[in-house]
Design a protein around this ligand. Structure first.
Ligand SMILES: [Zn+2]
Length: 566
């Protein structure tokens, strides 16, 4: 369900009439969940022997369980796409041979109804349909554009009209015709499965070949290189295509994979054979994987996370981002490993690593000293530029392939209030210590502690490193952050465990007894107040009263000092 949802395009909602007359909005594609093998529910083995059951009742109960499970693990996707759940028995027959279960008819009607709603309703010329039928009659997987034009000519269609029809059928996924790509503009792929089977030669089948005896040793090591280091030799590609008799389709395969951001040709040195980066086929954790990406002696200058909301990051998205980065920075040296990459920027003498860690992409800037030289730390403006370009690529990849996926540039918070794997208080997101950066305010406020992160990484990735360079003291680094959070930070530094219970006792209107039990430190009290909507600037009077009652005048002074600067 999540996978379907990430590939759905936005703005494809349809209003469906429900059986009770109300309307439900469903996003294309609509999904019906079908429970098959209802016939196997007819009996139940109990201690007393075999007992008959009410099949429909049991089936409904099971469907409900599935629905509950999905609602929990794929909430958004279920709300957007699910339009029905039906249990069927498609085995049992009536005497006349027709299917006995009326649920099958219900399903048929449901599909008919959906087809009507989701059908393309624009005007399509009858000629277009006739053209498509004529092309299908040829029973070919792919043909040249000239052949299509000939078919059109016989039907008295102008060339422009033929192109228009091809464009339309491409857009609805009936065939493939890339008129804007010079290498593909003369090819019309009538059978999409033909292309899929071509992809499969590389993607599925090379795995098993490795163990076959007749694979030459050199190719065997090339397969290994592909699976461990994401590099494809042209020889290996030729060999695999030849085994399937599809050498003549090589150009199409390469171009399509390039078009879909799967592959990127490696820069060639003189007399070198062609090679490609193909990261998505890496399968194994190669030996020395970590030291290849993070060489001994390297030091991390700064790190940043792209946290994917709902903790969902499709693997393909990560590798497509890598391909775009490699293509963008052609003069970079590239090292690939499963879920990891390192790019070396020779001009700036630093390395960038991109690693997929669950639903996060972790970025790090490294410097690696050599025996005779220690590189100077990278300039914030260069680091910030790198981040901006990566985000540009990431946004393109998301829009093109998985438009519903969203991410936040984030920092990892090390405060003790995180409950890893649990839902965050104000969202549907699971806590993995990632705290989104507000670029506008240049802060990252931890949703658990309600405090800004103390992090110099922020300045590096957003090009404001001078402050860090000139003065590393806490005060300077924290100068730009949200003033109110700064105040809370100072306040909580003065508070102890004892003060915490004191505060809670004075804030009984604001904090329930029940909630108070979960507040372990002064941090938590502030966080809790913030979450409840207290402790905006106008609520500071309340805190002043609390601290006066506690006879903590320095804290009252801090608040007064803050209010005076406003
Ligand atoms: Zn935190």
């Amino acid at each position: 369900m999540n996978s379907i949802h990430t590939h759905a395009s936005q703005g494809s909602e349809v209003r469906l009439k429900q059986s009770d007359g109300s309307f439900k909005t469903a996003v294309a594609p609509p999904v019906i969940i079908l429970g098959t093998k209802k016939d196997l529910l007819r009996q139940k083995n109990t201690a007393k022997g075999v007992a008959a059951v009410d099949v429909n009742e049991v089936a409904q109960k099971r469907l409900l369980e599935i629905k509950e499970y999905l609602a929990k693990h794929a909430t958004k996707a279920v709300n957007a796409h699910l339009v029905g759940m039906i249990a069927i028995d498609n085995k049992s027959r009536k005497k006349d041979g027709s299917i006995a279960d009326p649920a099958v008819e219900t399903l048929r009607l449901k599909i008919q109804e959906l087809a009507k709603e989701y059908l393309f309703l624009g005007a399509v010329s009858a000629k277009w349909i006739l053209l498509e039928l004529s092309l299908r009659k040829l029973r070919k997987e792919k043909i040249s554009l000239d052949e299509v034009k000939d078919v059109g000519k016989r039907m008295k269609m102008k060339e422009a009209e033929v192109i228009e029809a091809l464009d339309f059928y491409h857009s609805v996924g009936e065939l493939l015709y890339h008129k804007a790509v010079p290498e593909l503009e003369n090819t019309v792929i009538l059978d999409v499965g033909w292309l899929v089977s071509l992809f499969k030669i590389l993607i599925n089948q090379s795995i098993t070949y490795k163990d076959e005896l007749d694979v030459p040793a050199q190719l065997s090591s090339q397969i290994n290189e592909l699976h461990c280091e994401g590099r494809l030799h042209d020889d290996l590609l030729d060999y695999l295509l030849k085994r399937h008799g599809r050498q003549e389709d090589k150009a199409i395969l390469l171009k399509m994979m390039e078009l879909y951001d799967i592959i990127c040709e490696m820069p060639l040195k003189p007399r070198e054979k062609r090679m490609y980066y193909l990261p998505s086929l890496m399968q194994k954790d190669a030996k020395g994987k970590n030291s290849a990406i993070f060489p001994a002696g390297s030091s991390v200058c700064c790190q940043l996370y792209f946290h994917f909301i709902g903790n969902f990051l499709p693997e393909g998205l990560f590798y497509r981002l890598l391909i775009r980065c490699i293509r963008r920075w052609t003069d970079c040296k590239v090292v690939l490993r499963k879920h990891m990459a390192r790019l070396y920027f020779p001009h700036d003498d630093f390395h960038l690593t991109l690693c997929k860690e669950d639903a996060d992409i972790q970025l790090k800037i490294l410097v690696i000293p050599t025996s005779d030289q220690h590189p100077s730390p990278p300039q914030p403006k260069h680091v910030s530029n790198v981040r901006q370009l990566i985000e540009e690529d990431l946004k393109v990849v998301i829009t093109n392939y998985t438009p519903t996926v969203m991410y936040n540039a984030s920092l990892k918070c090390q405060c003790p209030n995180h409950k890893l794997g649990e839902l965050l208080p104000l969202g549907e997101d699971v806590d993995d210590r990632c705290v989104p950066i507000s670029e506008e305010k240049m802060t990252a406020i931890c949703p658990r502690s309600a405090l800004p992160l103390k992090d110099s990484n922020l300045n590096m990735w957003y090009g404001k490193g001078q402050e860090v360079d000139s003065d590393n003291s806490e005060g300077t680094r924290r100068k730009d952050i949200d003033g109110l959070s700064e105040l809370f930070y100072k306040l909580q530094e003065h508070l102890t465990e004892e003060d915490k219970s004191h505060m809670i006792n004075l804030l009984t209107t604001q904090i329930s007894k029940y909630d108070a039990e979960n507040l372990r430190r002064p941090y938590d009290v502030f966080r809790h107040l913030r979450e409840r909507g207290y402790v905006s600037e106008k609520d500071l009077d309340l805190l002043k009263k609390v601290f006066s009652r506690m006879h903590r005048m320095p804290l009252v002074d801090l608040i007064n000092g803050y209010l005076q600067t406003k």
